[in-house]
Design a protein around this ligand. Sequence first.
Ligand SMILES: [Fe+2]
Length: 160
Amino acid sequence: MSARTSSTPSAEHRQRGARAAFSTSHRRLLALCHQLEEFADALPNRLDQARCGKVAKTMLPLLKACHATEERLIDGMDASRKRKLAASIVRLMSEHLRDQYFAEDIVEALGQVSDDESSPNPEAFGFMLRSFFETQRRHIAFEQEHIVPHLPDQPQVSGQ
Ligand SMILES: [Fe+2]
């Protein structure tokens, strides 16, 4: 591995291929969705406080890191593909911002469960969780169908 490759922002892309890096981001987000669905299913009385506290700490950094990876990989796409996908890319980027915004509310509610041994209004909290992970899964399915196939699936060598 060259010094240039290891120090550039798209090193992951060059090492593993953009398609694999994007799919890794999706796997991490789908695992988060699975965890949030378990919380929703555990309402109103079976929430695991320790797990809620852990997710409250890790959810937003995870979301931001995955979005940053995806946006960097999209930014590195071939220019003509980016032009063809421009409308979808704008929508997906705005969905990333929206998801981070709504995640802040979920983090706050999870922190409340963790700290107070109480749950926010179970119906409202359940709706919040389900809205988030269902929307997230649709977003990921769209990216898998319409973005990932346009990314290079082979590691890129320096200079490409
Ligand atoms: Fe995304």
